[in-house]
Write a protein that binds this ligand. Structure first.
Ligand SMILES: *Cc1c(COP(=O)(O)O)cnc(C)c1O
Length: 426
């Protein structure tokens, strides 16, 4: 690898996915496209998205309520056209996934089914400093069932001096609490450090302890290859506006493993969209659950946000998650190289960069970097120089070169800006 424009452009020329970059809008600052490394927070807008949404607006104008059955993609069953491609992204069978609601809503709905604590088994194991929304969801579910989260919520932190949780510590904690454990629930990729968890091993350990295992895949869906079905994960949920590029607050995903789908007695919060499709409009009083993940749907499909999701899903399907993960590893390795290179050129006694994301394969496209001695000030300067990254308290700059639309040249140019800013500070 080389810190040179020539090298970066050569990698781009050889990139099989390079055609996708121009299918996205890049925000501009002072008339110039930014260096966008925040696809882990809000993915860029595909240029096709407007057409997909306009189609639905047109059909609404043309058909009114009849669009439920006569739109080009009938709204009554709109979510169904998302199922197969979504299942591929998370490694599931089609009947195991459904797009509905939003992420935290889905987490709650799935926990209603998979966190049913008893006085013997009431504990949940999760990561320390979980994403606040997940933490609030966990705390409130424990409270809802009459337990105290100070006793029932077991949080695992990295060891002192380390930045990521070790799998062996998760397994050890599961074993330690196995008689009282109801649920193991982690972010599949930690939003702060970017560490990818060994979901297969953790799921098995949870099951061996007699507990369910679920994952929040907000940072994993559309980012790494997932095999939820084969890993035997009980349930999972994710949002579609990060790597999946479906736009702010867009419709979210949910997964329930096939082994639970035939259990029609599984408790859940029910709504009419989870009721048997054939008889839904007979408006009968008793709930007949659909024998797929669609059972967890409450409401009719949010078609406009689903149309935005479909635009991106079609691009994903064309690119293929295998090609994406392959490029992702190359691009992220290049970013790692560039950050280390600039560090070697600019570090001083009290200023240097530390990458806290573990090395491949336990990472995705996100690198979390602590700029020791520079911190938020450097981040702000990066922003004013047209680099859109993101800052996570207390001290981390997150950079996510996304294989679908970022280039090696983006990474090189980022390095040049970093060099310029750090050299000037000395
Ligand atoms: C982005 C993210 C969320 C956001 O939740 P919404 O319900 O979509 O607002 C929650 N949890 C994690 C781990 C996230 O990364």
């Amino acid at each position: 690898m080389h810190n040179s424009l020539e090298y970066a452009q050569k990698q781009d020329a050889a990139d099989e996915l390079k055609r996708f970059r121009e299918q996205f809008y890049f925000p501009r600052i002072n008339g110039k496209p930014v260096l966008y490394f925040t696809g882990n927070s809000l993915g860029l807008q595909p240029k096709k998205t407007q057409d997909y949404i306009l189609n639905e607006l047109e059909d609404w104008a043309t058909y009114g309520v009849e669009g439920h059955f006569h739109a080009r993609n009938p709204w009554f069953s709109y979510h169904e056209i998302l199922t197969d491609k979504t299942a591929k992204i998370v490694g599931a069978l089609p009947q195991e996934v459904v797009m509905m609601n939003q992420l935290t809503v889905n987490l709650h709905l799935l926990m209603i089914s998979f966190y049913r604590p008893t006085s013997q088994r009431h504990k949940i194991i999760c990561e320390a400093k979980a994403f606040p929304s997940d933490l609030y969801a966990l705390q409130s579910q424990i409270k809802l069932h009459g337990f105290n989260y100070k006793e029932s919520l077991i949080e695992i932190a990295p060891r002192p001096g380390e930045k990521s949780i070790r799998t062996e510590d998760i397994l050890e904690t599961i074993n330690q609490h196995k008689n009282e454990l109801a649920l193991v629930l982690f972010g599949g990729i930690n939003y702060y450090s970017g560490a990818v968890l060994d979901m297969k091993t953790i799921t098995k350990a949870a099951h061996d302890a007699g507990a369910y295992c679920g994952f929040d895949l907000a940072h994993a869906a559309g980012n790494i290859a997932l095999h939820l079905h084969d890993w035997q994960v009980d349930f999972a949920c994710w949002c579609s506006y990060k790597y999946l590029n479906a736009g702010p607050g867009s419709v979210a995903g949910a997964f329930v493993h096939q082994k639970h789908l035939h259990n029609l007695e599984l408790p859940l919060l029910a709504g009419w969209w989870g009721h048997d499709k054939e008889t839904r409009f007979k408006m009968q009083p008793e709930f007949m659950p659909i024998p797929t993940a669609e059972r967890w749907q409450l409401s009719n499909a949010p078609v406009l946000s689903m149309a935005a999701y479909k635009a991106s899903l079609d691009i994903f399907d064309e690119a293929g998650i295998d090609a994406l993960t392959k490029k992702s590893q190359q691009l992220t390795s290049y970013l790692e190289f560039i950050v280390k290179e600039i560090d070697s050129l600019t570090q001083t006694a009290n200023q240097h960069f530390e990458i806290i994301t573990p090395p491949a394969p336990a990472r995705s496209c996100q690198l979390s970097v602590i700029a020791h001695g520079r911190g938020k000030d450097l981040f702000n300067k990066l922003t004013s120089h047209g680099v859109i990254a993101d800052w996570r308290e207390p001290d981390v700059i997150r950079l996510a070169p996304v294989p679908l639309y970022n280039s090696f040249e983006d990474v090189f140019q980022f390095g040049q800006i970093l060099l310029h800013l750090c050299a000037k500070e000395q």
